[in-house]
Design a protein around this ligand. Sequence first.
Ligand SMILES: Nc1ncnc2c1ncn2[C@@H]1O[C@H](COP(=O)(O)OP(=O)(O)OP(=O)(O)O)[C@@H](O)[C@H]1O
Ligand SMILES: [Mg+2]
Length: 309
Amino acid sequence: MSIAVKMVDIIKTFPGITANDKINFDVRRGEVHGLLGENGAGKTVLMNILYGMYRLDDGLIFVNGKEAKIDSSAAAIKLGIGMVHQHFMLVASLTVAENIVLGREPTKHRWLLDVGRIEDQIKALSDRYKLGVDPKTVACDLPVGLQQRVEILKALFRGAEVLILDEPTSSVDVSVRAQLLNMFQDLQRDLGLTYMFISHDLSVVECISHRVAVMYLGKIVEQAKTEEIYKNPMHPYAQALFNSIPIPDPTRRRERAPLLGEPPSPVNPPSGCRFHPRCSLATNTCEHEEPPLIDVGNEHYVACFALSK
Ligand SMILES: Nc1ncnc2c1ncn2[C@@H]1O[C@H](COP(=O)(O)OP(=O)(O)OP(=O)(O)O)[C@@H](O)[C@H]1O
Ligand SMILES: [Mg+2]
């Protein structure tokens, strides 16, 4: 299966914070790649780099096998990348159609638009994929759940084949969540789209993803096929994360170690393995050296010294 997006040694810092620290990330065409990790792990920053909203400090991005310079969202869109943002990005005073074609610079090209024709095109797209969006609705009047559909429609209208979905179901209630998830899944399968899917909801990620990566303080600490990582998480942080999924049977208990201590600050993160202060397996080496992401077989990658010894 070919690689749609390859991110190599991505580094992104803000003053005092290394949000992405040498991240390597491959996304296969036609697959859904889940991204998990607690608040501040660097998920949104990584995806914003891919969508051209942040400049990387170092590293390379390849799209469809070719090196890509993504220095703006326009550049990302040209390469077929779309994004459903974690925070509502539509301009409230504009209609759906205007949002879809104008983005966040509405005054710039408004006079050029043949609004009627564009509305027809968007309506046709919405009908074809059963999105239920009326292009004439003003964005501020959109019910919750339709905002995400507009963002999807926007990406499809602009020809996206790779879609970044950053917490697309976190702001909606359970019934809308299920509908949205079904819609994302149907579109992905029908159109052969590639998704990068970020969520804090472990069951949502399990349901939609083919593969999952777990991030911790700017690093990917584990990555594997979904079934594999949910059944057999190896990194102590991933174990603690999956450990937090409630087990419906009260007579059963999970065997894995809980997380120690408080989440660390991203400002001046711990030396060596960034997880070591909270890890029950940490040794002297973990304090001083960074564990590389190692292939442990079956396309399962883990960054932990305790496992390679
Ligand atoms: N524009 C910015 N300026 C300074 N620091 C930033 C900026 N954007 C992100 N950061 C910092 O980078 C780190 C990673 O942030 P990011 O938003 O990627 O986390 P996340 O994994 O998406 O978390 P969440 O699950 O809360 O969305 C955080 O420490 C955050 O404070
Ligand atoms: Mg985020």
